[in-house]
Design a protein around this ligand. Structure first.
Ligand SMILES: NC(=O)c1ccc[n+]([C@@H]2O[C@H](COP(=O)([O-])OP(=O)(O)OC[C@H]3O[C@@H](n4cnc5c(N)ncnc54)[C@H](O)[C@@H]3O)[C@@H](O)[C@H]2O)c1
Ligand SMILES: O=C[C@H](O)CS(=O)(=O)O
Length: 491
């Protein structure tokens, strides 16, 4: 299969690296992993297929670099993050091109993610100086109690393919800000974005060893990052199943663990909702990244009084969506990451229809565009026992489920082990407050379908995760609280 050429299209061809980044050095591998363009299936490049020994070297380099980095002032560490952020923004076009080539999202969305990724580096470049401690009124006159917060040490990180830059900077930003080195295994499906980020980190002046990007076999690399005693903390973003497996692997060395896992977001439309605003919010939430975000609306709970009107409005907009390769002209929907993802969407569509759902837009794969395209789809009158209500679809499918009372909507929304994001449209201020309290989710959007920002805490409850990323809370997972109890002699 012809290898598509991305490198010649870059203003900075050196951002395209077919090598891993270990302890400040670029490393090629005898064995390699092919990376393809989801839109065409064409191989766009190869990265080293590294394993446990290479991951161990990265951990060793991080461990060696820790002491020097944590001794830097917060201002010095922050300055490197701010320089890194500036370089990411400066090369946004190249980074977007690399991202769309390997992940498939429309180029405009890729550029948006580049800026979103830079925002975490910028945010934590400033937050670095805001690690605070406290002095506690002593329990006895001859003691002084001082609480400080210190960097935990080497961080191991494993990240997903759907946001190949932002999921890295959402971890590397706070880790490096407080003084922690980080070893990253990116998804084997989207390694080139991570490697380009490493080029710019080196250019920003990040000392060797503080950031490594280890490409290759997930299992052996993951075993090092979850069991090596020199790794103090492990952070994972990805599916709930893999997150549970990796968290269990961390138990043997009692690592600090933070998890950003799968979702099953309800999008609730009440009878008093502004339906046009709800449709806009639905489009933004459900179809961003072709439905492949962890906070995508996964099921639509629509009050019976407005179900048909909302369904018709949404279907009309979805039917008008432009679908195609993200690098070829402006499109609203790109390919899914692989054929398995297309099959999952098709299975959820077939299940909803078999249970009585009515397809109002889309409804099938689009093989004429390629093997990884599925038409954005709206299905009305879906029953609550449908697969799309119980599982994360992770694709461009909006299934509408009727409800009649607020209590029924809340019960339907909470009937899941996921708890990442939820959305609700209602004009009633009292109900808005009741929903923010009653919905069992880490994040609730009221009259908006977009909730993600670097300044606010991102994370889930139940089986959607542990910890929070972004916001002033985002550094907590990389800091240990230490008490000094000091005996002082009486004058
Ligand atoms: N909560 C969040 O912030 C968030 C963000 C993005 C994606 N996600 C979730 O991630 C999922 C989609 O991403 P994905 O398909 O990349 O998830 P995934 O769990 O299949 O893979 C995520 C990462 O884990 C690695 N991995 C897989 N098996 C492993 C193993 N046994 N040992 C070590 N590493 C292993 C992969 O190589 C990849 O780097 C969805 O469920 C989505 O909801 C959640
Ligand atoms: O899917 C993963 C991301 O966290 C989505 S967002 O861009 O942060 O909302």
């Amino acid at each position: 299969m012809e290898k598509a050429q991305i490198r010649p299209q870059l203003a900075r061809p050196d951002l395209w690296r077919e090598a891993a980044f270990i302890g400040g050095n670029w490393r090629e591998g005898a064995a390699t992993i092919a990376v393809d363009n989801p839109a065409t299936g064409a191989v766009i490049g190869h990265v080293p297929d590294l394993g446990a020994a290479d991951a161990g070297e990265a951990v060793a380099a991080a461990h060696a670099a820790f002491a020097g980095w944590k001794r830097k002032s917060a201002k010095e560490r922050g300055a490197v993050l701010l320089a890194w952020a500036a370089l990411v923004k400066q090369h946004a076009d190249d980074l977007a091109l690399i991202m769309t080539a390997e992940q498939g999202k429309p180029l405009a969305e890729a550029r948006g993610e580049v800026l979103y990724a830079a925002s975490f580096l910028e945010w934590f470049g400033h937050e670095a100086r805001r690690v605070m401690g406290e002095v506690i009124a002593p329990h006895q006159p001859d003691r002084r109690l001082v609480v400080t917060r210190q960097p935990v040490g080497v961080v191991g990180a494993i990240t997903p393919w759907n946001f190949p830059l932002a999921m890295i900077t959402r971890k590397a930003g706070p880790a490096l800000a407080v003084g922690c080195p980080i070893v990253i295994k990116p998804s084997e499906l989207t390694p080139f974005s991570a490697l380009a980020l490493a080029v710019l980190a080196q250019e920003a002046g990040l000392p060797d060893g503080l950031l490594s990007v280890v490409t290759g076999q997930a299992k052996p690399i993951g075993e090092v990052l979850t069991t090596d005693p020199r790794v103090a903390k492990f952070t994972f973003t990805g599916s709930t199943a893999v997150g549970k497996l990796l968290a269990a692997q961390c138990a043997g060395t009692v690592k600090r663990v933070s998890l950003e896992l799968g979702g099953n977001a309800p999008f609730i439309v009440f009878e008093d909702a502004d339906l046009d605003a709800a449709v806009e919010g639905a489009l933004a939430s459900k179809f961003r990244n072709t439905g492949q975000t962890c906070v995508c609306a996964n099921r639509f709970l629509v009050h019976e009084a407005v179900h048909d009107a909302f369904a018709q409005k949404l279907a009309a907009r979805v039917a008008a969506m432009r679908m195609g390769p993200g690098l070829e002209g402006p499109v609203d929907q790109g390919p899914l990451i692989d054929e398995r993802a297309v099959a999952k969407v098709a299975a959820h569509v077939a299940d909803a229809v078999a249970r009585g759902g009515k397809v109002l837009a889309g409804g099938a794969a689009a093989p004429e565009l390629g093997s990884r395209f599925h038409a954005p789809t709206v299905i009305a009158d879906v029953p609550a026992d449908a697969l799309l209500n119980r599982e994360e679809t992770f694709g461009p499918l909006a299934g509408l489920i009727r409800f009649s009372t607020e209590a029924e909507a809340v019960a339907l929304a909470n009937d899941t082990r996921s708890g990442l994001a939820a959305y609700a449209y209602t004009a009633d201020a009292g109900r808005q407050w009741r929903l923010t309290e009653a919905l069992e989710y880490g994040m609730v959007g009221i009259n908006t379908g977009l909730i993600s920002t670097e300044v606010a805490p991102f994370g889930g409850v139940k089986e959607s995760g542990l910890g929070r990323e972004g916001s002033h809370l985002g550094m907590d997972d990389y800091l240990d609280v230490k008490l000094a109890c000091i005996a002082v002699s009486e004058a």
